[in-house]
Write a new protein. Sequence first.
Length: 400
Amino acid sequence: MFSSGVKFFYKTILPVNPGDFFTELDTCIRKIKEIETQSSSTLFKLAIFHDPSDEDEETMRKRDTGELLQNNFPLRCPAYSLLSQKPVSPWKVSIEAAFIAGNACQIYFRNLDKIPYVVFECAHFKELWAAGISAKSVSLQYQKKAIAAFEMIHTLLVKEGMDFNDIVRQWNYLGGITRENKVNEAITSNYQIFNEIRHKFYNTYRKAEIFPAATGIGTKFSQVSMDICAIRTAVNNCKTIAIHNPNQVDAHQYDQQVLEGVPLHSQTKKHPPEFERAVLFTSPDHSRLFISGTASIIGQQTIGVGDIRKQTLTTIANIEQLTQISQLRKCYPLLPQGSFHYSFLRVYVKNQQDLETVIATCNRRFAGIPVSYVVADVCRDDLLMEIEGEMLFNASGDFS
């Protein structure tokens, strides 16, 4: 297992001056390399946000970004996603960067079909980070894109001696997430199509009693892309625990009326989004809390329709309720003494004009925490924003 000498940390990286996409990206990469040097750390994952004008530009940027990263990080290219989610003005690029410091584990940089991924290994412990997993063709039907992405995840996990039971965190980036689509004459949303494919793969390959933490969020155009973190350990004192919010229905228990569209094919019901509100991974030396995409939902109903400030405050309250140390101990009574602190947050805002209100509201609560703000569609038409994050365990100190 990781010892207490291992440190995970995140940074929000912005360019120095406005420029074109690749000028800003190059500036950000130079900043990242400086952070590695100054902190004696290793970069292992990037989420790169941009706003391409069309799918051709997105394809070109993906190709050239991959080459740029391979050239700057030879033999140690991090897992990365290039996400068509607009950064805060005036930037054409913003980056969420994840680092690991310490020498308690071996770090391996590998690839599957030209997709880089990273593995941490030490005695009886293995952790995998992969990103940008998607179908090779953008011309496939939506459900086939989702199937292709899940099949690639399955191939990757098998290659590493892991399986779907080991996934603790999953990001689902869904082009046109709320857009209506037709499947065999049935009309439903792209998000519901994805939920059906996710259910199929989980039902086949995942036997764990809980689901991963997850985010389902929109991107431009029509691609389906996923990132994952998977952990496998052979010791009994490591636990993966579902954390529930008493003010919300678990997403995987949603009623049929809040799910979009009609049942597909010969199904008699629609399958809900299969994720936990948060997942706690804990060991004697090292604990992390993966916070799923969280929105302004109480029970299973949207709160504050049309009111961005109320939705932001309700979302923050949901996260605070979910992450209270008393709530964590209620879900896992054996949680060691100590506290958690936020290592990063990511905030999605549906409408550009709401960014100022959301940023001002979040800054009052999350000062000093690395936060990435992007413009992106959310999984319900009436939801205006969403927040996700991660927390790390402190052996002592006050909860924050």
